[in-house]
Design a protein around this ligand. Structure first.
Ligand SMILES: Nc1nc2c(ncn2[C@@H]2O[C@H](COP(=O)(O)OP(=O)(O)O)[C@@H](O)[C@H]2O)c(=O)[nH]1
Ligand SMILES: [Mg+2]
Length: 358
């Protein structure tokens, strides 16, 4: 480990080494501290992640995404309570500023969030959205990795789906549950939003409301159409952002079980009464079994690793570039020339890149 650390050019301060020791010892305050270090990108946060991730991914990761108010938090709370009752240790990452996890009662009296919040076997971290796509995704992934490294059996990741952000859940979870409600629109909208590509399980929550049966029917028809219209070589899970990257990989690797072999179920739930929740958890487990046995879990983890390396390289390259005085001088000069109409941002950037790559 020490050799690897040195090879990567990393140095660990005493404080960080001490934190790591307490983290490995399973001390929850050390996890909380590690998360805040990573969230604020404090010095040494990458070394910390490197150490924590050295064992590789272990936790089962389930993502819940969908529009605000669909009932994601309610379903996550129900799932967390069930898994806890079965003895699992659970980490929850909620990217939702309105998340009710801290105190109060969710689901009436059935599950008191306070009970979950004081249970040592469950750790809940709510994070505010940062607005920027990259910022949101990067931190969510890293917080999930910290929880994985801490040793939780299962991670539940809630992201509020607003436009593209729900698509990012694929970068943090193995199984993606898309939660919709009759009010959230029809299947055509879901298709347009790219949800057909990322959903491993569809849930129409608030099944007590009118219109849920129709939405279920529409979603099933849309999925049927999609399955019929030749998936070609685009993996279902990463059909959006990662498709291009994943494609090359897929060509080189032995073909895994086709994503088409997983029939995306469309379930209904009522998170208030818990109707349909056991069936949802069953579907999640079936999907995980399918992932493990069909080779897809490895494919998804490899996709994630690839994206992560690219993220870090991009971030570090940019950081390195702007550290150089020569580059910042070229930027200042370039800005002058742009303002006089002598250059454009593109020509200035090209010049800077050329000097960096020299
Ligand atoms: N009628 C009804 N209300 C629900 C159901 N599930 C959740 N809710 C309520 O919908 C609101 C939003 O739920 P929440 O879990 O916070 O949604 P989130 O924004 O997707 O996380 C809360 O007031 C819940 O009590 C359901 O199945 N039926
Ligand atoms: Mg929520």
């Amino acid at each position: 480990m020490t050799a690897g650390r040195r090879a990567a050019g990393m140095v660990m301060t005493d404080a960080m080494a001490d934190l790591l020791e307490r983290f490995r010892d399973g001390q929850v305050p050390a996890l909380a501290r590690a998360i805040s270090i990573v969230e604020s990108e404090r010095a040494g946060f990458q070394d910390l992640l490197h150490e924590v991730m050295a064992r590789g991914p272990r936790a089962k990761r389930v993502g819940f995404t969908g529009p605000p108010g669909a009932g994601k938090s309610s379903l996550v709370a129900a799932a967390a309570a069930t898994y806890r009752a079965a003895g699992e240790h659970i980490g929850v990452v909620a990217v939702d500023p309105t998340s009710p996890y801290s105190g109060g009662a969710l689901l009436g009296d059935r599950i008191r969030m306070n009970d979950l919040a004081t249970d040592a076997g469950i750790f809940i971290r709510s994070m505010a959205t940062r607005g920027s796509l990259g910022g949101l995704a990067t931190t969510t992934k890293e917080v999930a990795d910290l929880m994985d490294g801490f040793g939780f059996d299962r991670l539940l990741v809630e992201t509020v789906g607003v436009g593209q952000t729900e698509l990012e859940i694929t970068a943090a979870a193995d199984t993606v549950v898309v939660v919709l409600v009759p009010e959230s629109g029809d299947a055509i909208q879901a298709m347009k939003a790219g949800l057909m590509e990322i959903a491993d399980v569809f849930v129409v929550n608030k099944a007590d409301r009118p219109g849920s049966a129709r939405l279920v029917k529409e979603l099933r028809q849309a999925l049927h159409l999609r399955a019929g219209s030749a998936l070609k070589d685009i993996p279902a899970h990463h059909g959006v952002d990662l498709a291009r990257i994943a494609k090359k990989e897929a060509r080189n690797a032995a073909p895994p079980v086709s994503p088409a072999d997983w029939a995306v179920p469309v379930l209904t739930t009522n998170a208030l009464t818990q109707d349909g929740v056991p069936e949802l958890l069953e579907a999640i487990d079936q999907h995980l079994t399918w992932l493990e046995h069909g080779g897809q879990l490895d494919v998804r983890r490899r996709d994630r690793a690839r994206v992560r390396v690219r993220d870090v390289v991009a971030r570090e390259l940019s950081r390195e570039a702007w550290k150089s005085e020569e580059v910042t001088a070229a930027l200042d000069l370039g800005v002058d020339r742009i303002s006089k109409g002598e250059e454009t941002p593109y020509s200035v950037a090209r010049g800077i890149l050329a000097s960096l790559l020299r």
